[in-house]
Design a protein around this ligand. Structure first.
Ligand SMILES: NC(=O)c1ccc[n+]([C@@H]2O[C@H](COP(=O)([O-])OP(=O)(O)OC[C@H]3O[C@@H](n4cnc5c(N)ncnc54)[C@H](O)[C@@H]3O)[C@@H](O)[C@H]2O)c1
Ligand SMILES: O=C(O)C(=O)C[C@@H](O)[C@H](O)[C@H](O)COP(=O)(O)O
Ligand SMILES: [Zn+2]
Length: 360
């Protein structure tokens, strides 16, 4: 097991990464202060891992909420289901919520913890690649709104993250590839050596070979923790974690939540952001081609779905939470391995770049 730390003074917490963590009671016990524990999961993950997580909580008052599976259920209604379960079970301010699942469960459970009785403890047990490398770390929690992705939420840090790499064996290839999009993101925004590693190791990663996969997860968590440590609530540098997301969230919303997976939409979005960076002469054609090759090798899409027009893209992108002025705020690459946030992209160039992706 390897352990990293998110370093946020009194909100600091460990991220444990390795095989066979589920079942190890001693990894949870130090972070549970009261006697009441609510495990929040979905019907797919419950069938696979609920029993073993329950076995890690002896002598405690344990209740469960099993939600329907899917991005389309990252809603106020499911959040209400969690609040109702907590109230029905008579849970008090010293209770702990455990998020057992992917990013959907993690984001919703975190927000339920942030809001229940004005804030209770929560623990992340991420079970997808995406949630192990990204969503379980950093404290962004929330739900979708029909008008926009993750529009309602809070920053609320977990007490501990347990990323058991053994559970990735049951993940579908499509979901595994979606997780790789966020892994590739870290190479693009922050670490060109890591991008080289990912480029050279893609077959081993897709075969889920333990050494390569563990390195990819640990390095991703290190990069995310480093950025979050500098800027917990996204006043500045944290926004670079949003590479590809302004385009990607527009795709997710336009297609209907759950149609395109988050990682798939981010992949097409990163390719669009990299292309826009090239159109600004910040990157070369070779950089764009290489990025496309890496994403494609991971089984990810390079282009958005054909049904989304440029006008719809722009309409949805204007709702993005990063925007503060009339000008769109975008995360682009100033070179491979280095991202920047800019409001300086001429509207005409942005439109032309999107047009190149939306034209049949
Ligand atoms: N908070 C953040 O910082 C952050 C970061 C990235 C993404 N997100 C959010 O995370 C969500 C996407 O997360 P995701 O990709 O994990 O999707 P997900 O939570 O929908 O999980 C993907 C699928 O895998 C299944 N699953 C989970 N673990 C499994 C396992 N071990 N074996 C078999 N099946 C398993 C789930 O039931 C689901 O069907 C999006 O809502 C996105 O907005 C949040
Ligand atoms: O942790 C962050 O910061 C991120 O932006 C990580 C993203 O991968 C993630 O999808 C996040 O949920 C997006 O946040 P949002 O604020 O753009 O909704
Ligand atoms: Zn993301």
């Amino acid at each position: 097991m390897q352990t990293l730390t998110v370093d946020l003074a009194e909100r600091s917490y460990p991220i444990h990464v390795g095989p066979g963590l589920l079942g190890r009671k001693e990894l949870l016990a130090p972070y549970i202060t009261g006697s009441q524990v609510m495990i929040v999961t979905n019907d797919t993950v419950a069938d696979l891992y609920l029993d073993v997580v329950r076995s890690m909580l002896p002598d405690l008052d344990v209740a469960e909420v099993v939600l329907p599976d899917g991005e389309q259920f990252k809603t106020l209604e499911c959040l209400e289901t969690i609040w109702d379960a907590l109230l029905t079970a008579g849970f008090n301010r010293r209770c702990t919520l455990i998020a057992l699942g992917g990013g959907v469960i993690g984001d919703m459970t975190g927000f339920a913890a942030a809001s229940y009785q004005r804030g209770v403890d929560f623990i992340q047990i991420p079970t997808t690649l995406l949630s192990q490398v990204d969503s379980s770390v950093g404290g962004k929690t929330g739900i979708n709104h029909p008008r926009g992705k993750n529009m309602i939420g809070a920053f609320w840090q977990p007490r501990v993250v347990l990323a058991d790499t053994s559970v990735l064996a049951t993940l579908s290839d499509r979901e595994f590839s979606a997780g790789m999009a966020e892994v590739i993101k870290y190479g693009l925004i922050h670490d060109s050596d890591f991008l080289d590693f990912l480029e050279g190791s893609m077959p081993a990663l897709l075969a889920r070979e333990s050494v390569a996969l563990t390195h990819a997860i640990v390095r991703s968590c290190e990069i995310k923790a480093d950025i979050v440590n500098q800027d917990e609530t996204e006043q500045g540098i944290r926004a670079i974690l949003n590479l590809g997301h302004t385009f990607g969230h527009a795709i997710e919303n336009a297609m209907g939540y759950g149609t395109w997976l988050h990682g798939e939409a981010v992949s097409a979005g990163m390719n669009m952001a990299v292309t826009l960076s090239r159109n600004l002469d910040w990157l070369t054609d070779a950089d764009v081609e290489r990025t496309g090759r890496i994403l494609q090798a991971a089984g990810l899409p390079l282009r958005p779905p054909s049904g989304v027009s440029t006008a719809r893209f722009l309409e949805l992108m204007r709702l993005d939470k990063k925007n503060v002025n009339a000008r769109m705020r975008l995360v682009l690459l100033s070179r491979p391995g280095q991202a920047c946030v800019t409001e300086e992209v001429p509207e005409s160039l942005l439109t032309r770049t999107i047009d190149d992706f939306t034209a049949c």
